[in-house]
Design a protein. Structure first.
Lengths: 177, 108
């Protein structure tokens, strides 16, 4: 098999873009700037999906997340007046508690990821590189195949969830029901 | 050449999750709180896809359950964003603000 085009240094580049994007999302004053930073982080994450041999999820990420959900966010930001909010204080009074809670959560993550059982870390190496060419077919056969479609019922439930969400969004945003 | 392991992706996912948690807990603007929730969901998705690749190494190329779960999470994120932004528009129409601290309509 040919070596992958994306060498391991790509991971660090994309990870840096994601982290910086995330920091910008939670620190910018203007929500539009936050949305742009989030779109950048989402696109970098699509690149990481490609490095993980998941081209279908990468495509869904770009089309649905960066293209659909974030456009919805930008629409709503421009529907509501943000000028007054931008003059106000941006962080609430519980920011110290929030930082402490996040630090405790981070300590938990570090404790879990450095745990060793019988001298091995919890998530050892052991990946195999597969070709991407049939990834979408395999995802589809998990979702739709009559005999092996493990997630067919969950897929139907997801369609019902989307229908409910459409109705809910219309009802919520309507001026007079 | 060195290799990128599953743990690399998990640490990146944890960092993004923490950024999202900080955003949810400290920001006052509802729109940015919702974006922080999107960050959290994306951190989970990254973990799921990394686990999917790890699982493929054990159970063969068809073991793509993590990727299917990631697709379901994206579906949920779309539904959640639509409903939450609808609620936000209704709230802004009533109170003329997007400040989380002023979401106290039940108090009257």
């Amino acid at each position: 098999m040919n070596p992958p085009v994306a060498n391991p240094y790509f991971f660090y580049g994309l990870a840096a873009v994601m982290i910086i994007g995330g920091i910008l999302v939670i620190t910018r004053k203007n929500p539009v700037h936050s949305a742009m930073a989030l779109i950048t982080a989402l696109l970098a994450q699509a690149g990481l999906y490609l490095m993980l041999y998941a081209p279908f999820v990468a495509g869904v990420q770009i089309i649905l997340y960066a293209g659909g959900i974030m456009v919805l966010f930008l629409f709503v930001i421009m529907l509501i007046a943000i000028e007054r909010n931008m003059k106000e204080r941006q962080f609430n009074k519980q920011w110290l508690v929030g930082i402490i809670a996040a630090g405790a959560l981070g300590g938990l993550f570090i404790a879990v990821y450095t745990t060793t059982t019988q001298g091995r870390v919890l998530f050892p190496e052991g990946r195999v590189s597969y070709v991407e060419s049939d990834n979408t077919q395999r995802v589809a056969s998990l979702l739709f195949d009559l005999h092996g479609g493990t997630y067919m019922f969950a897929f139907e439930i997801a369609s019902l969830l989307l229908l409910v969400a459409i109705i809910g969004a219309v009802v919520m945003a309507k001026k007079r029901i | 050449m060195f290799d990128i392991s599953t743990l690399h992706y998990l640490v990146l996912g944890a960092a993004l999750f923490l950024l999202g948690v900080i955003g949810v807990l400290t920001r006052r603007n509802v729109v940015i709180v919702l974006m922080s929730i999107e960050l959290i969901l994306n951190a989970v998705n990254l973990n799921l896809v990394a686990f999917s690749r790890y699982w493929q190494g054990i159970h063969g190329a068809s073991a793509l359950h993590g990727q299917v779960f990631a697709i379901f999470v994206i579906t949920d994120a779309a539904a959640e964003a639509a409903v939450a932004l609808g609620i936000l528009i209704a709230f802004f129409r009533n109170k003329e603000t997007v400040n989380v601290d002023e979401v106290n309509l039940l108090k009257w």
